[in-house]
Structures are given as C-alpha cells and as structure tokens.
Design a protein around this ligand. Structure first.
Ligand SMILES: *Cc1c(COP(=O)(O)O)cnc(C)c1O
Length: 386
C-alpha cells in the first residue's frame, strides 16, 4: 500500500488531505518523494517559524535530547525555567504556564480567569466573553469559546459560560458586560481562522478600557498571531494594550508542540499548587527548541518581517483577480475573485503551498523566508489568481 492508502485506511477521517506527501526540506523549500519542489507559504500553519530543519533549532534539540528528553514537572529542568524567564523579560509578564498546544494554552487562560474571578468577586462571576467569528481551539471548552456556530452543532452540550460579542462593536461588548457576571474577555487581535481580519485599534483600546473599568481580565489569544508573526513579538504589542493573560503556541517552538500561557503580575497567583498541570508541559527538548526560536525574534527580524509584509501588500495591489489583502506582518489574507480553493490548487500544481482561511488565500510563511523565494512564490499566486 502507498502511504496515501495506509493513511486513508488507518488515520481517523478528520483531515481532508491534499494529494501531496512531504518527505524532506530546508528553510522554506520542501520536497515530495518524487522530488517535486514546493515553496512552503503555510509553514505547518504558522508553526515552523524559521522554516524546515533550521540548523540552530536542530542543534538545540539534539543537544538537549542527548542530555535528558523528559522529566516530570516534579523536578526542575533548565530549559523550562530559562524559557519562562525569556518570555517574561521580552513581554513584561510575570509568570508562565507551559502546555502542549494552542487549545490547551487557552484552556489555561480560561481556568485562571474563572479562578481569579471566583477568588476576587465570587464564583458566580464565571462568564467569558469572546468574539463572533473567533477561533480558540477544538476541545469542548475552547469550542465553546469559539464564536462560530458551525463548530458547535455536533458536540452539544459544550462547556457553559461563554457569550459572543460582535467584533468591532463596542456597544455590543458593553451590553454583554452589563448582562453577565463576567470573569474575562478573550480576543484574537487578528482573527486568523476567521479570515485574517485585524480588529480596529480603537476597538481593542476600548475593550481594554471597558475590561479595566469593570475589573474583568483581558485575555489575548496569540496562538497564531504570536512569536513574531505580525512584525511584533506578540500582536497585542501592535495595539499598545496590556493584557492580563496571553496564550500562545503554534510558532513558539518552531515545529515542536508547545503551548504557553503568560500571566501579568496582577494574576500571577491565579492558579496555585495542584490547580493546573500537564505531563508534557515544559518538556526540556521542546523548551530548548523554543529558546532557539525566541532568542532570534529580535528587532532586526521584526523589521524584515514588516518589510516583507509591505512588499506582499504592494505586490497584490491592483493585481488582476485580487479583491483585497488583509492582515499584519507575515499573516496575510488574500481575497481572490476566483474561489480560494481553486487558486490554492493551481498554486500547488505550480509548486507553491498556501493555506486558506474562510474565503481567502492565507499566507503564513517562515519569518526568515528569503526575499527571492518569497517573490518567486508570489508570482505563482498572482498567475493562479488571474
Ligand atoms: C490554531 C489556533 C488555536 C488552536 O491551536 P491547537 O494547537 O490546534 O490546539 C487556538 N487559537 C487560535 C487563534 C489558533 O489560530
């Protein structure tokens, strides 16, 4: 049996895979078993922040895996502590909880917000407000947080205590704050799965003000927008807000599974001994990988990300078949006249791997994609969209 047949027979039927197998790669280039070359503009959905098989990242992993690959959280390991320190120093946050995925990093935000509200205002203050069209994960609780009905329908009853506000409409947010006993507001500054839609700055600032005035925790889901993706270490920094809790994952460890939930000083003790845990969370190999990634997300790299972003926006301005371009940094949505799926298929045929988000082509290339490789890929997209 071919790997396609084996996979179809034995892997649970939840992914509608493209007929492409990837066996190797380097940086932003990947290869099929037949040696077909693809430029990877999806980076594993914003995960391989420095591309495939990055040398520095690989060395960090190999070094740590040769020492100790895992200990339980009953003991100290150096990479876990050092990564938490680096995250706090780069953000001004106070403490970090490590998990293994985006959904889990949001679960931790939600648990902590409920616990904090219960401690400070009473256990009936458990409601979390999220936005319509948001995406926060696939667990029963993060599905409840996700503000899209079609994700909910088949899995009722979901975790109670979530209400969804109209994004961009501060009056709707105020209404939900007054109608509910609210523990926290959870937002993506740029809705990713929802179609690469940045929130307006004025709106985000107004949400922050509303949260502060009502002693409600402001939580930002940086799972997709985080770790340099938008030209700042975290997208909230582009908005000038100071969230109480930040959750992140995808790009953080450059291709190994890691979730992190960051807490500001105010909520640093929201969760105490025995109140949250993860067997794999803070794994030393994964944290070493993340240290190699995070230490390289500096001002110079962010300038490059912004330059490449500006180039992409400019490139598609007035391009035939392109209706609009949205996003920030190297998180970009392209609304094409043709169906996005059709454009994506054409690009794949011509050696470029893209993503979609709703009705848009979505690009999440490696942060260090070389300019000439990016240009080559953009030409392919332009031709496919015409
Ligand atoms: C991908 C994503 C998640 C879920 O992350 P997983 O690692 O798949 O659990 C949550 N929130 C946002 C904004 C995401 O983009």
């Amino acid at each position: 049996m071919s790997i396609t047949e084996v996979d179809k027979k034995y892997v649970m039927n939840t992914y509608n895979r493209f007929p492409v197998e990837i066996v190797s790669g380097k940086g932003s280039i990947v290869y099929s078993p037949e040696g077909k070359r693809y430029i990877d503009l999806g980076s594993g959905i914003g995960v391989t922040a420095f591309g495939i098989a990055d040398d520095e990242w690989k060395a960090a992993i190999i070094d740590q895996i040769s020492k100790v690959q895992h200990m339980s959280n009953l003991y100290y390991t150096e990479p876990c502590g050092q990564l938490a320190k680096m995250l706090c120093e780069k953000t001004g946050m106070s403490k970090v909880f490590f998990s293994n995925s985006g959904a889990e990093s949001n679960e931790c935000s939600i648990k902590a917000a409920r616990k904090y509200a219960a401690d400070t205002k009473g256990s009936d203050y458990y409601t979390i407000i999220t936005l319509k069209n948001s995406f926060h994960g696939r667990t029963i609780t993060t599905l409840a947080a996700t503000g899209q009905d079609h994700y909910h329908e088949l899995f009722q009853p979901l975790t109670p205590g979530f209400v969804h506000a109209e994004p961009g409409d501060i009056e709707d947010m105020k209404r939900l704050v007054s109608e509910n006993k609210v523990a926290g507001i959870l937002i993506e500054c740029i809705q990713g799965e929802g179609g690469v839609i940045p929130l307006d700055k004025d709106y985000v600032l107004a949400v922050e003000k509303l949260a502060k005035e009502n002693d409600i925790l402001l939580m930002v889901d940086e799972v997709q927008t985080g770790n340099g993706r938008t030209g700042a270490l975290y997208a909230y920094m582009n908005y000038g807000i100071h969230p109480d809790i930040v959750s992140t994952a995808k790009g953080l460890a450059g291709g190994l599974p890691l979730g992190a939930t960051l807490f500001s000083e105010k909520v640093e003790n929201a969760l105490g001994f025995g109140e949250h845990a993860s067997t794999f969370g803070g794994n030393p190999v994964v944290c070493s990988a993340a240290l190699s990634i995070l230490s390289r997300i500096d001002d110079a790299l962010m300038e490059e990300v912004k330059e490449k972003s500006a180039f992409v926006f400019d490139f598609f301005k007035d391009a035939k078949g392109v209706e609009s371009v949205s996003g920030m940094g190297l998180m970009i949505g392209i609304k094409t006249t043709k169906p996005a799926g059709e454009v994506l298929a054409k690009c794949m045929e011509n050696g470029v791997l893209c993503l979609t988000a709703k009705d848009k082509i979505r690009l999440l290339p490696a942060l260090n994609i070389p300019m000439d490789v990016l240009k080559e890929a953009l030409e392919v997209i332009k031709e496919a969209a015409e």
